[in-house]
Design a protein around this ligand. Sequence first.
Ligand code: NAP
Length: 252
Amino acid sequence: MTTPFDLSGKTALVTGANTGIGQAIAVALAQAGADVAVAGRTPPVETQAMVEAAGRRFVSISADFTSIEPIPRIMEEAVAGLGKLDILVNNAGIIRRADSIDFTEADWDEVMTVNVKSTFFLCQAFGRHIMGRNAKGKIINIASMLSFQGGIRVPSYTASKSGVAGITKLLACEWAGKGINVNAIAPGYVETNNTTALRADEKRNAEILARIPAGRWSVPADMAGPAVFLASDASDYVHGTILPVDGGWLAR
Ligand code: NAP
């Protein structure tokens, strides 16, 4: 039986999917029926096993997003391996923590390049691929609570994720009439490598936990359903939204 959430026959490219949120989303898309290509710098051994266990095709593409140089090759390898792309998930991202008074240019540039510059140019390459085929496409960018809030000691991360929200809305305005849905998921506080330092800080950990209405940190699998929704026909009239998946954090 098909549902509006069925991704059978669809193909997806997910960045940074060897672990964390990217892995959970890649596996969820596969379980919903999509074949999956992943692009990143660490071999996605576990993700490959999970996607193939779901009965889907898997393509692994080696890429480092500290430069946009790999993007044309990523598109070529993904299309060569899967035939076409219908869904793009821009998940790869990094964070650098230091007081703003001491923050370095290197920590500014690396975060901005991986989190927002690579995201934009992947969207551009994917947009050209979809429009060149006169097809429908779905883009899901991974934003953050810091697309809405200021945060502390993460200036380049806050700038980058506010930028991700901005380009998500801009691209939605340009492409909603061209068959491409551009949206973002803004995860709350998720237990991944990205938040190891935060969770190790007992005081910050307790402060964060105390203001999450759901009463727990998120796990990567919490992003699975929202990602399948935004990748599927069920979200065809959803454009330019930054969907918080945050246990109620922003409602506080
Ligand atoms: P994670 O476990 O650290 O995953 C980050 C992914 O990005 C990994 O696959 C990582 O690859 C990849 N990556 C980082 N730098 C890269 C580079 N230069 N080139 C290629 N790949 C690169 O963290 P996560 O929490 O799942 O993060 C996924 C996304 O969610 C990020 O955009 C993050 O900002 C966002 N997010 C996370 C949270 C949270 O609470 N965890 C909240 C809001 C938003 P390696 O394994 O090789 O480093």
